[in-house]
Design a protein around this ligand. Structure first.
Ligand code: GCO
Ligand code: MG
Length: 412
């Protein structure tokens, strides 16, 4: 079974997505997600101009060999553009292999280790009443684990907080936080670390008082703190028993997490911007984190993430794959198939896609009892509508940038 075509499809049903479609000589079609938020066209070009010509004529069954060929054969190592492109190829080939086998993909990955993948949703509010309303809406939907982000007094906009509450939105908009904005240039936000560190523990205290001790709560610091600030935050949140605290520092410097770990027992999750097992070497081997955030879409596909998770398993580190709206329904489906099979699955992030997005991708994940389960149809269970996709052309969009109060560029 040879690869006959590899087509890159860019569509923007509410937000931009890059999808790879591989077609074999037998007419079997597989899909992979290659969406890199705010840098979509770079991955599309990498695939179209450099990878697709190499795929035509290859044996579609040789997934590991193709992964190594694209990784080692490119000479240049790692990086989000390369690894998202490899991820798309890898995912599409797994989709094809499972379709040929006549099995849902998770069966080829070892079969189910659990009935469904427990998920967490995003609640946010500019203030406490809005946050509580958002938490209640998520509980009503059936979420049993919830990430909470709020506005901070004195700051105009803060990462993770929807700009309007549920009642103010109409049409296709959801009140989930959607960071990438369609504009010619990135929006600029301002950041005050001390105000943030003062405010967050008061929010968790209020939420625990209102919703009790059972609900699993998460929080994302989005790479903004120094190690000692991170330690301070994690320690101050200990009384509120977080499921995890995410991205407390920009963790390229993996050793920096030693300092954080020395001070706190709050569980830590890191890695949505990481893309290979080497980015985790110290974090995992020294047990400096509890959850790996890399998703299938950005870390070399099913093959790449399974490599990370097998290594993590030796150190009792679990998965917590990134699942914002910029991971397409193809990427989400791949994550849930893999999560169902992984022994060291932890939790899956789940931000609901808009109706417009779902209409294009035809995803078939089932949400019940606080968790996701893939469909039983062969492959990933994606029904991509190419004609509808073509009606939504790419629109330039950027993630925001961030500055400290004195104007210095800061991590966003
Ligand atoms: C998360 C993430 C996202 C990212 C976004 C960037 O934990 O879900 O931090 O909100 O900011 O996916 O593209
Ligand atoms: Mg995050």
């Amino acid at each position: 079974m040879r690869i006959e075509r590899a087509d890159v499809i860019i569509t923007s049903p509410g937000r931009n997505f890059v999808t790879l479609k591989i077609t074999t000589s037998d007419g079997v079609v597989g899909f992979g997600d290659a969406t890199l938020n705010g840098r979509e066209l770079a991955v599309a070009s990498y695939l179209e101009d450099h990878v697709a010509p190499l795929l035509v004529g290859r044996d579609a069954h040789r997934i590991e060999d193709t992964w190594q060929y694209l990784y080692r054969g490119g000479y240049w190592r790692r990086g989000p553009v390369t690894m998202a492109a490899i991820a798309a190829v890898d995912t599409a080939l797994w989709d094809i292999k499972a379709k040929v086998a006549g099995l849902p993909l998770y069966q080829l990955l070892g079969g189910e280790s659990r009935e469904r993948c427990r998920v967490y949703g995003h609640a946010s509010g500019r203030d406490l009443p809005e946050l509580f309303e958002s938490i209640r809406a998520h509980l009503d939907l059936g979420f049993e684990a919830i990430r909470i982000q709020t506005g901070v007094p004195g700051m105009d906009s803060v990462y993770g907080v929807a700009s309007s509450s549920v009642g103010e939105l109409g049409g296709d908009e959801r009140y989930d936080y959607e960071p990438a904005r369609r504009s010619a240039r990135p929006a600029e936000e301002t950041w005050d670390t001390r105000a943030y560190l003062r405010h967050v523990p008061t929010v968790f205290e209020a939420v625990r008082n209102e919703f009790g001790p059972e609900l699993a709560l998460l929080h994302d610091a989005h790479h903004r703190l120094t190690p000692i600030q991170a330690a301070k935050l994690a320690k101050s949140l200990e009384p509120y028993d977080l499921f995890w605290l995410e991205d407390v520092t920009p963790a390229e410097n993996q050793e920096a997490l030693r300092l954080v770990r020395q001070h706190t027992t709050t569980p830590l999750a890191i890695g949505e911007v990481f893309n290979t097992v080497w980015d985790y070497q110290t974090l995992i081997s020294e047990q400096l984190i509890d959850y790996v955030r890399s998703p299938v879409t950005h870390a070399g596909g099913i093959t790449g993430v399974r490599r990370i998770m097998d290594y993590a398993a030796m150190y009792q580190v679990k998965s917590g794959m990134h699942g914002p709206t910029d991971v397409s329904p193809v990427g989400m489906s791949a994550a849930v198939h893999l999560g169902l099979a992984l022994h060291n699955f932890g939790i899956q992030e789940y931000m609901l896609h808009s109706e417009r997005t779902n209409a294009v991708f035809g995803p078939t994940l089932e949400f019940a009892d606080g968790g996701l389960r893939p469909s039983e149809e062969p492959g990933l269970g994606i029904h991509f509508d190419e004609q509808l996709a073509a009606q939504h052309p790419y629109e330039r969009a950027y993630l925001p940038t961030n500055r400290l109060l004195d104007g210095t560029v800061h991590d966003w």
